[in-house]
Design a protein around this ligand. Structure first.
Ligand SMILES: [Zn+2]
Length: 63
């Protein structure tokens, strides 16, 4: 499982592969893998979010 964030509404979901449409906003949106893969936030398989990746995904929205 990985944690994906909808870049449209910011909803996060725990799935293996992200769906085409977000279950929260019902839009076809880009899902960003924000899973933690480093020990600082729990490591792979923890189901945690990497806060740094999460923040950076918001920054990239504002381009
Ligand atoms: Zn959404």
């Amino acid at each position: 499982m990985a944690v994906f964030k909808c870049n449209n509404c910011g909803n996060t979901i725990d799935v293996v592969t992200p769906p085409e449409t977000c279950p929260s906003c019902k839009q076809v949106c880009e899902f960003v893998d924000v899973s933690c893969y480093i020990p600082e936030c729990g490591g792979p398989g923890s189901g945690n979010i990497n806060p740094q990746v999460f923040q950076e995904s918001y920054k990239s929205d504002k381009k």
